[in-house]
Design a binder for this molecule. Structure first.
Ligand SMILES: O=P(O)(O)OC[C@H]1O[C@H](OP(=O)(O)OP(=O)(O)O)[C@H](O)[C@@H]1O
Ligand SMILES: O=c1cc[nH]c(=O)[nH]1
Length: 179
């Protein structure tokens, strides 16, 4: 696959996350009773960055939990009967009962990862609300799921792929579209 375009550079990612942090605070009238839950690798780093910005803006800390979701649809050795993603592990340091849980991921595509995340959350408690924040929404949903906070909507064709690079793991901040 070839890199077709850079859709967000370092500065654009920074601005998008700052905007989302403000939107989270505005929508929830502050961050009392809110918890961020990042999905596996890059969603966790994005959730941590949002938490830093929220702390900076509100002067209050927001807790960050983690979910590790495996998309094993293509992994024949571990494929389950229904072939859906599953939650491998979680580290959610707070009681999510009656909390507003904001799920955070880098890319929203079919929605199956988020569906698995919501199942896992509902298994461990009863959030008062679940919201969703993503850096990129590339469309092509297979489930009735939408994001409440979107860094950038990137219309894609099915043969394209969005890659998100973050300095914490990839030594640079960049979102690209590959075809
Ligand atoms: O809406 P969906 O169709 O579920 O796709 C979105 C998920 O796909 C990506 O993870 P991927 O499995 O590519 O792993 P990665 O994060 O390690 O790249 C991305 O990080 C999202 O979690
Ligand atoms: O294009 C895509 C689709 C799913 N997950 C990604 O990270 N990119």
């Amino acid at each position: 696959m070839n890199e077709k375009a850079i859709v967000l550079d370092e500065q654009a990612i920074r601005r998008a996350l700052t905007r989302i942090a403000h939107e989270i605070i505005e929508r929830n009238k502050g961050i009392d009773n809110c918890v961020l839950v990042g999905i596996k690798t890059r969603g966790i780093f994005i959730a941590n960055r949002l938490a830093e910005r929220i702390q900076h803006i509100e002067g209050k800390s927001i807790e960050v939990g983690e979910l590790d979701i495996t998309l094993y649809r293509d992994d024949l050795t571990t494929k389950s009967a229904d072939g859906e993603p599953f939650v491998k592990g979680s580290d959610i340091p707070v009681d999510i009962n009656n909390k507003k849980v904001i799920v955070v991921d880098d890319v929203l595509y079919t929605g199956r990862t988020v569906r698995a995340a919501m199942d896992a959350l509902i298994d461990i408690g009863r959030p008062s609300q679940i919201q969703l924040a993503v850096l990129v929404d590339r469309g092509h949903r297979e489930l009735p799921i939408r994001a409440d906070y979107v860094g950038k909507n990137v219309p894609t064709s099915l043969n394209e792929k969005i890659t998100v690079h973050l300095t914490e793991v990839d030594q640079q901040d960049k979102v690209s579209i590959f075809e």
